[in-house]
Design a protein around this ligand. Structure first.
Ligand SMILES: [Zn+2]
Length: 233
């Protein structure tokens, strides 16, 4: 993480009030990994939510397997409402974090400024209305596509942390499950942000394999808020 002289001074002078704070400027490029830490951790992030069954599976992993997950919500999918109660409970206990992944998953790099605003603010309003939850400043650009205009409009709405990933489970399409497990095995490592999707229900076997990879590496998943703390405003 880049620390400017000014932000270092802010951090130094506020150290008494807010210990360990490290203030970052508003970003002009996305994040791909977690800040350094003495604990072994990674961020398992899950996008979209086309399948209510898949969303439910991940919520259960957060609830019962000690893996804290960040879910990037595409708010037009009904899955989020289907699981409203469990989501509220897990938000309250800090086991999940929600991020903004637009209303209907349009490619933000190919639409007008007004449409970008509608996509991001619509999802924001949904999360506020449904869960009383403010997902700022974390958003994930759809398809991982972003440009200066996308980042500027998002930042104007308070979404100053575009969140990319270091490795993908490759499961947004029709990737065979054996390949998904291979990719999870390839990318899950200390300090990384990995991306997964709640669009298809994974088998018990695949999830068992992925959890096995995490455990065998002495890792656990943390939410982005856990990892970045007060780095971002
Ligand atoms: Zn997506």
């Amino acid at each position: 993480m880049e620390i400017t002289r000014q932000s270092f001074l802010v951090a130094a002078t506020s150290a008494i009030l807010i210990p360990q704070v490290e203030v970052a400027d508003a970003r002009n490029s996305p994040i791909y990994g977690l800040p350094k830490s003495s604990s072994r951790r990674f961020a398992w992030t899950i996008d979209d939510g086309a399948s209510a069954g898949a969303v439910g599976t991940y919520l259960n992993i957060a609830e019962h397997h000690n893996q804290n997950l960040t879910l990037f919500v595409t708010s037009s999918y009904s899955s989020w409402r289907t699981h409203s109660k469990q989501i509220s409970r897990l938000l309250h206990s800090g086991k999940i974090q929600l991020g903004n992944h637009t209303v209907s998953h349009k490619d933000l790099s190919r639409i007008s400024e007004a449409e970008i605003r509608t996509q991001i603010s619509g999802c924001h309003k949904f999360l506020m209305n449904e869960f009383g939850y403010d997902a700022r400043p974390y958003f994930r650009p759809t398809y991982g596509n972003w440009n200066a205009k996308v980042l500027r409009v998002a930042a104007e709405l308070g979404y100053t942390v575009p969140t990319m990933w270091y490795g993908t489970f490759g499961d947004s399409g029709d990737t065979p499950e054996s390949r998904v497990v291979q990719l999870a095995n390839k990318w899950i490592a200390n300090g990384r942000i990995v991306i997964d999707h709640a669009n298809r229900v994974k088998s018990e076997h695949a999830l068992h394999e992925i959890l096995g990879t995490i455990n065998s590496r002495g890792l656990h998943s943390v939410t982005l808020r856990e990892a970045f703390g007060t780095n971002f405003k």
